[in-house]
Design a protein around this ligand. Structure first.
Ligand SMILES: Nc1ncnc2c1ncn2[C@@H]1O[C@H](COP(=O)(O)OP(=O)(O)OP(=O)(O)O)[C@@H](O)[C@H]1O
Length: 201
């Protein structure tokens, strides 16, 4: 169980989040939706322990991975090394297998810039799942993809979630996507933001 209990998050004098509490069961998938600027990414950064400057508490999760909208690959390292450097204990052949899993067999020795943006996002997905995370955090991972690539990425993510079964905390603008990927949808609204609706899918 991962417990999130944020009493307040401020940037300077401005309060962004207030009284946001929920728990995630093992392998539970939760989507966070809400208007632009409401505080979705701020919430993810707190849960991901990237931002510790808030009032409240979140469970410490030993093994977590974060996928952002940008693939955020190390450009000067080969694709295979992008997987092994960030996942201690992952062998070169295991990295190969993960790349094969995302449809990129043979890409291990390429540099990220030699791949398309869609392929780079697949690498980011392989890197995230390679560590077998207990919690996967995704911040609008499918934004600005063309429709075919979008559908392919969504399907790949669905099948990897089913295979590896991490808990998922996903931020998206898209309610349909939220319902497709998540067991529960949490809607944030207000200023400061709090939970205005929780929808079981
Ligand atoms: N480091 C920061 N310093 C000051 N204000 C910040 C900082 N990061 C975010 N904010 C502000 O906090 C508010 C919430 O931002 P956040 O990025 O969490 O929103 P969001 O819901 O993820 O938006 P979007 O859907 O557009 O990505 C915004 O008003 C933003 O300007």
């Amino acid at each position: 169980m991962i417990d999130i209990a944020i009493q307040s998050k401020k940037f300077g004098a401005r309060e962004i989040l207030r009284d946001i509490s929920f728990s995630m069961k093992v392998s539970e998938k939760i989507a966070i939706i809400g208007p632009s600027g409401v505080g979705k990414s701020t919430l993810l950064r707190i849960v991901g322990e990237i931002d510790n400057d808030f009032d409240g508490a979140v469970s410490t999760v030993q093994s977590k991975a974060v996928v952002f909208q940008e693939p955020n690959l190390l450009r000067w390292r080969r694709v295979g090394q992008n997987l092994t450097l960030l996942n201690k204990g992952l062998s070169g052949s295991q990295a190969h297998e993960m790349l094969e899993r995302v449809g990129l067999a043979g890409a291990a020795d390429h540099f990220p810039d030699q791949l398309s943006l869609g392929q780079q996002r697949r690498v980011a997905l392989a890197r995230a799942f390679a560590g077998r995370p207990e919690l996967l955090i995704m911040d609008e991972p499918f934004a600005s993809l063309d429709p075919d690539t979008y559908e392919a990425m969504l399907r790949l993510t669905e099948s990897m979630l089913a295979q590896f079964r991490p808990a998922l905390l996903l931020v998206t603008h898209d309610r349909t996507e939220a319902k497709r990927l998540a067991d529960r949808v949490i809607v944030l609204s207000g200023n400061p933001a709090s939970i205005c609706e929780v929808e079981a899918v």
